[in-house]
Design a protein around this ligand. Structure first.
Ligand SMILES: NC(=O)c1ccc[n+]([C@@H]2O[C@H](COP(=O)([O-])OP(=O)(O)OC[C@H]3O[C@@H](n4cnc5c(N)ncnc54)[C@H](OP(=O)(O)O)[C@@H]3O)[C@@H](O)[C@H]2O)c1
Length: 212
């Protein structure tokens, strides 16, 4: 599948690597495709990775992963052009630095994913890959057990496609329902961040699912 990843930082790079390993074509859409950082990452990823402007990367992709800072989301979506019918996977978290550290800028009655949907009418928005650290996206398994990824979105087909991509990355994937479930999944990201930054767990842990 042709996948565009808007943002080639920690999250974009980790997901790009895993998706390419699963056989997908990945094009990173970034403000400066020729920049040193992006070019160094491309050399590491190998010949099947490419970089282009956001507009170029989004143009041919069926699935677009949004992996920019939250504040860059409106610009990235605007540059992405016609998003009608495309699947946008929202990997971002609407974070800001508050008096007590990082905090979500919204919740309970809306979510970042729903704001993305408002900015891209006609696209199928799916929330995923936001709720764990990028190093868990590079390697989702711990001692043979896969960590969990919750996925939500209003379009069942788009959600199924993203669930398949999440499985390909290596997560045990749970279809959690409609897009408003992002109101629950974004605070889960905040819990992971809180634990990673304030406890001895650091970044070397992930959430997993047990079943009876
Ligand atoms: N880090 C994590 O563990 C983690 C985990 C889950 C979710 N998230 C979320 O994922 C998102 C990305 O996080 P990250 O840690 O990967 O950030 P990052 O390492 O800072 O990378 C951000 C990327 O976005 C690019 N970018 C900035 N403005 C852009 C624009 N207008 N259009 C296209 N690309 C643009 C940056 O390019 P330049 O370098 O050229 O500015 C960079 O490649 C954030 O919303 C974050 O909350 C992060």
């Amino acid at each position: 599948m042709n996948i565009a990843i808007l943002g080639a930082g920690s999250v974009g790079g980790a997901l790009g690597k895993r998706l390419m390993a699963a056989g997908h074509q990945v094009c990173f859409g970034v403000p400066n495709p020729q920049g040193d950082k992006t070019q160094a990452m491309l050399r590491e990823l190998g010949a099947n990775a490419s970089a282009a402007t956001v507009t170029e990367a989004a143009a041919t992709a069926k699935v677009i992963l949004l992996a920019t800072p939250w504040t860059a989301v409106p610009e990235a979506l605007q540059r992405a052009g016609d998003l009608n019918g495309k699947i946008i996977v929202d990997c971002t978290n609407p974070l800001q630095m508050g008096a007590n550290g990082l905090e979500l800028t919204m919740g309970h009655t809306t979510s970042g994913a729903e704001q993305v949907a408002a900015l891209a009418p006609g696209a199928h928005i799916v929330k995923a890959f936001n709720q764990t650290g990028f190093s868990n996206m590079e390697e989702p398994a711990y001692n043979g057990q896969r960590s969990v990824m919750f996925v939500c979105g209003d379009d069942a087909q788009a959600r199924a496609t993203v669930c398949e991509l999440s499985e390909a990355v290596g997560f045990e994937t749970i279809d959690a329902g409609g897009l408003k479930i992002a109101r629950l999944i974004e605070p889960l990201a905040m819990l992971w961040i809180h634990l990673a930054f304030t406890t001895p767990l650091k970044r070397d842990f992930a959430f997993a699912l047990l079943r009876r």
